[in-house]
Write a protein that binds this ligand. Structure first.
Ligand code: HEM
Length: 505
């Protein structure tokens, strides 16, 4: 009797379990209390996650502090998150960065999925990145590229830190498109609200702080202690950014006062200010929105392109025969009497292959930007809980030897033989430098234009060599630093000599 009573709840439990089998989570390491698996993540998180994926597989779950984190490390898994279940994973987690330095999530990059993000993206895509609008700003790209090669020419024969010049040209292009002019002084004789150097430092900090692993974001009850001092640095940076944005805002406002209400906006800030006064806008744009959206464009467009070209040149300088191949193509298609123009690019498949190979081996956003599960979802048979942070390890996917032959080798030829149809525009999940799906980079076409033209003209216009005679190609370090972009740890220094007739510079 006693035995049959005691077996009753057990029986009930078994049948309940049969009806509700435990949800299967992706495999992953066992978490520690409080920190979870943060102890397994080193200064280059994409590389730590790459190693863990070798053990746990292409979809794995970790715990960072208090939150579940799922990492996709294969093309198939990336496709699951960015295509099959794109709508579920199209939000972003809230972080100190979004709060303090991107105007309380009033930009696109950190905005949660919803009407504000949708409207902002629509404005970007229709007003800035449409092919008509991109074409109308072509003259700015042409002028700034000319100034760029002239500046390099003036430094012929001297060691040059390439990234400084690459950031300057992309920053100048983005500033003129978005703000209407450069807003920074380029020489000691000019006065402006910031110097070029200060502006670049501000952007460097912005990118660094955008990508940091801030303990308070992962262990919220430790937030108030700001253990790494990142929040303090974010607040200090915000003050500087505010000063800059205030100046831009005031100047545009006063300029607009003198104009008719329906006059054509000259730049993106004009347009955003006009929209801010628009009564029919679905979500109102306020002062923070104008700042957040403007900053998104300047920051999103500058460092990404400059970092990619610096990686491309580093790889090429390691293999000078690739430079020879590229210049052979340039001499044949363009000749030595003119610079490369944007319309020439489709005739330069080798340059295009160099760019793709650079974006494969050195995707600047190695983990894309973090995605957030908006609801529970079953992915590849695993249960992913609402609130899970998702990282797509694009760095790892580019090194998958089951798809890429000798992935550690820099070999542009792979895109000319075999992987001919592979593109970087989000359709091939083996190559995702811009992501894919709803959150894919909206600025990719502008980014590609800036990268291809600058790279082609640098190779066309100059001979390149290492700064010191005794320096060997093996001495070029390929170490990275992690942030929202992943640039070289040690900036590339090179010496250029002109390659074209001198009247062209
Ligand atoms: C080499 C050039 C570039 C690369 C490699 C790049 C890469 C990326 C990546 C990987 C993402 C995140 C995708 C995701 O979360 O799944 C992103 C988002 C974004 N990018 Fe780019 N980008 C580049 C150029 C640009 C340019 C030129 C702009 C603007 C002028 C821009 C603006 C943005 C914005 C606003 C987002 C946020 C999109 C969203 O959250 O909806 N990017 N980019």
């Amino acid at each position: 009797m006693a035995a049959s009573y005691s077996s009753l709840p057990k029986k009930k439990l078994t049948s309940w379990r049969q009806r509700h089998p435990p949800l299967q989570l992706p495999p992953g390491p066992k978490p520690w209390p409080v920190i979870g698996n943060l102890n397994l993540i080193g200064p280059l998180p994409h590389q730590s996650l790459h190693k863990l994926a070798q053990k746990y597989g292409p979809i794995m779950q970790l715990t960072f502090g208090s939150f579940p984190v799922v990492v996709a490390s294969s093309a198939e898994m990336a496709k699951q998150f960015l295509k099959t279940h794109d709508h579920v994973f199209a939000s972003r987690p809230q972080t100190a960065t979004g709060k303090y330095i991107t105007y309380n999530y009033r930009n696109i990059t950190w905005a949660p999925y919803g009407p504000y993000w949708r409207q902002g993206r629509k404005i970007f895509l229709s007003e800035l990145f449409s092919s008509k609008r991109l074409e109308s700003y072509k003259y700015i790209r042409v002028e700034e590229l000319r100034s760029f090669v002239s500046r390099l020419y003036a430094l012929s024969g001297k060691p040059v830190m390439l990234k400084e010049h690459l950031s300057r040209v992309t920053l100048s292009i983005m500033s003129r498109i978005v703000l209407g002019k450069k807003y920074f002084s380029e020489s000691e004789f000019e006065t402006a609200v910031v110097t070029l150097e200060e502006f670049q430092q501000m952007l460097d900090k912005l990118f660094l702080l955008n990508g940091v692993l801030n303990i308070g974001d992962w262990i919220p009850w430790l937030n108030f202690m700001d253990l790494q001092g990142y929040v303090k640095r974010m607040k200090a940076l915000k003050k500087k950014l505010d000063r800059f944005h205030d100046h831009v805002f005031d100047e545009h406002k006063s300029k607009m006062k003198g104009l008719m209400e329906d006059s054509m906006p000259k730049d993106m800030v004009d347009l955003l200010l006009q929209l801010a006064d628009h009564p029919n806008l679905e979500v109102k744009l306020n002062y923070d929105s104008v700042n957040g959206l403007t900053q998104d464009l300047i920051a999103g467009g500058t460092d990404t392109s400059a970092t990619t070209v610096e990686w491309a040149m580093s790889e090429l300088m390691k293999q000078p025969h690739l430079i020879e191949k590229a210049t052979e193509e340039l001499d044949r298609v363009i000749g030595r009497e003119r610079w490369v123009e944007e319309k020439d690019i489709p005739q330069l498949p080798y340059i295009d292959a160099i760019m793709k190979e650079t974006m494969r081996k050195h995707p600047v956003a190695v983990l894309l930007a973090p995605h957030l599960a908006q609801e529970d979802c079953n992915v590849a048979g695993y249960h992913i809980r609402k609130g899970t942070r998702v990282f797509i390890n694009s760095w790892s996917i580019s090194r998958d030897s089951s798809f890429w032959d000798e992935p550690e080798e820099f070999r542009p030829e792979r895109f000319l033989q075999g992987k001919v149809d592979m593109d970087v525009k989000g359709q091939n999940f083996e190559l995702l430098p811009f992501g894919s799906g709803r959150r894919m980079c909206p600025g990719y076409s502008l980014g590609l234009k800036m990268i291809r033209s600058s790279l082609a003209n640098m190779l066309h216009g100059f001979h390149w060599k290492l700064p010191e005679d005794h320096m060997k190609v093996e001495d070029i370090s390929m170490e990275e630093v992690y942030g929202l972009t992943t640039p070289r740890k040690y900036p590339l220094v090179a010496i250029m000599e002109p390659r074209l007739p001198l009247h062209l510079y």
